[in-house]
Design a protein around this ligand. Structure first.
Ligand SMILES: [Zn+2]
Length: 68
């Protein structure tokens, strides 16, 4: 179980399907079970790109907030 408001970094395993918000730019993504089975972990935000190769200090920092 995961509580609403839980924050996760871009390299963590996605715990459950649902909506997650990028805490950097506010983008909301809706992750379904199919996505989790295929990819299993989070990813860089496609809008602000936190975190990706341009943000090498950030892999451990939280990017995604669980909205439910
Ligand atoms: Zn973002």
């Amino acid at each position: 179980m995961i509580e609403i408001g839980t924050k996760l970094n871009a390299t963590e395993v996605i715990p459950v399907a649902g909506k997650y918000k990028c805490i950097i730019c506010g983008l909301i993504v809706d992750i379904d079970q199919h996505f989790i089975e295929r990819w299993s972990t989070f990813f860089a935000c496609p809008i602000c790109h936190a975190w990706n190769e341009n943000w090498p200090k950030w892999p451990q920092d939280d990017v995604w907030e669980y909205l439910g």
